[in-house]
Design a protein around this ligand. Structure first.
Ligand SMILES: CC(C)(COP(=O)(O)OP(=O)(O)OC[C@H]1O[C@@H](n2cnc3c(N)ncnc32)[C@H](O)[C@@H]1OP(=O)(O)O)[C@@H](O)C(=O)NCCC(=O)NCCS
Length: 176
């Protein structure tokens, strides 16, 4: 997996040593509110191992988000493949940052780099964000990425639908 640089951030592949600092993400109920709840250090370590083993070899997987020049991750951002969104599956851009870093444009800056790399260097035709309808911060990030609301999606085991934001390669390339 390549390293991506933005004006303020470096996005780089996760390493096992990122597990402890990423507790500011996975261990914080506010960060995990729209997710499966908080996770402990052992879970984070297994998650990183799984991303490295199963996602990076096929060009997917989230990257550690770091603020230049500090190498410690403040969160993650990157691509996942979600077969459960629709029969053909979808490529999702995901983002999750430590609460201390919210509201400074970091998620938008990181995800913008992911969109640029995806639409200029891969054959992926469309990217989506699957978002809880109450997650206003994520909805705002999706809008700032040029995504538009496509439809509601009821995932297996959920009691209410999420909303799917999407942007196609042609929509992305047509942006200023
Ligand atoms: C979602 C998340 C990654 C956003 O990170 P961030 O770095 O704060 O995002 P940005 O600063 O780039 O943009 C946030 C936008 O939401 C807006 N916002 C924040 N709270 C809001 C609210 N209650 N209602 C509407 N907009 C809101 C901000 O004003 C900002 O928009 P602006 O730039 O137009 O002012 C971060 O909040 C997070 O990690 N949340 C928990 C994990 C999560 O829910 N991840 C997504 C799962 S789909």
């Amino acid at each position: 997996m390549a390293v991506l640089q933005t004006p303020r951030l470096l996005l780089r592949p996760l390493v096992l040593e990122d597990a402890e600092p990423l507790q500011v993400v996975f261990g914080d109920p506010a960060v995990m509110q729209f997710g499966d709840g908080v996770r402990d250090l052992a879970w984070i370590r297994e998650w990183i191992k799984t991303v490295i083993r199963t996602q990076y070899p096929i060009g997917l997987g989230v990257l550690a988000v770091t603020i230049i020049p500090d190498p410690i991750p403040i969160g993650f951002c990157g691509l996942s493949y979600y077969p459960s969104i629709s029969p053909g599956g979808q490529f999702e851009v995901g983002f999750r940052l430590g609460q201390h870093y919210w509201g400074q444009g970091y998620a938008t800056e990181a995800a913008t780099a992911i969109l640029r790399k995806t639409f200029t260097e891969t054959k992926i035709e469309k990217l989506v964000c699957l978002i809880d309808p109450n997650n206003w911060r994520s909805i705002r990030v999706a809008e700032k990425l040029g995504m538009s609301l496509e439809r509601e999606v009821m995932l297996p085991g959920y009691t209410h639908p999420d909303i799917l934001f999407a942007i196609s390669r042609s929509q992305y390339l047509a942006q200023d």
